[in-house]
Design a protein. Structure first.
Length: 155
DNA sequence: GCCAACGTTGGC
DNA sequence: GCCAACGTTGGC
């Protein structure tokens, strides 16, 4: 099993939205490195930290589980979607997505500042200079630590 | 709103 | 292949 951090701007799609929807298609990712993770590496059963970017403060707010492994992001060839890409087609899909399901909301959201201030978390990609990937791998250890800080059970 | 750090595009 | 211009991300 692998562990990931997914970023979302709460204005666009928040953890509350995921809880209401229960399951969501994680569509609209238009970055090749993130696409590769979605297509090749993120599998059903993997666990996800849900991070609110552009929030005050930016923070991890809960967990989710992957319920469907990577498959073509069909919104790319829908011209009315939020992120159309005319180069992508059903015969030649460029972009991929997974489905995730809300798991547990943190009793205590863990802010970026708190992550930055915790030496146990200092190796996280999230803290790398200029690290803007919206889908990024994290270690099982970092996943467990942040769940612990957020006061929920890891699994 | 500002701006640094990227990623992408396209001329050459 | 280089690189300038441009667009986006995302913290502050």
């Amino acid at each position: 099993m692998n562990y990931w951090l997914f970023k979302s701007e709460p204005n666009a799609y928040s953890y509350d939205d995921l809880v209401v929807d229960s399951t969501a298609e994680w569509d609209g990712v238009r970055n090749f490195q993130a696409r590769n993770y979605l297509r090749d590496s993120i599998k059903a059963g993997d666990l996800v930290l849900f991070y609110h970017s552009n929030a005050k403060p930016p923070c991890v707010v809960g967990t989710a589980s992957v319920v469907r492994s990577g498959y073509p992001d069909y919104t790319a060839w829908d011209p009315r979607s939020d992120h159309p890409d005319p180069k992508s087609s059903p015969d030649n899909p460029i972009w991929y997505m997974v489905d995730i399901q809300a798991k547990e909301r943190f009793k205590q959201p863990i802010s970026l500042n708190e992550i930055r201030g915790n030496y146990l978390l200092s190796e996280m990609l999230l803290l790398r200079r200029g690290m803007r990937l919206s889908v990024q791998p994290i270690s099982e250890e970092h996943y467990a630590i942040i769940c612990h800080l957020g006061q929920i059970d890891k699994i």
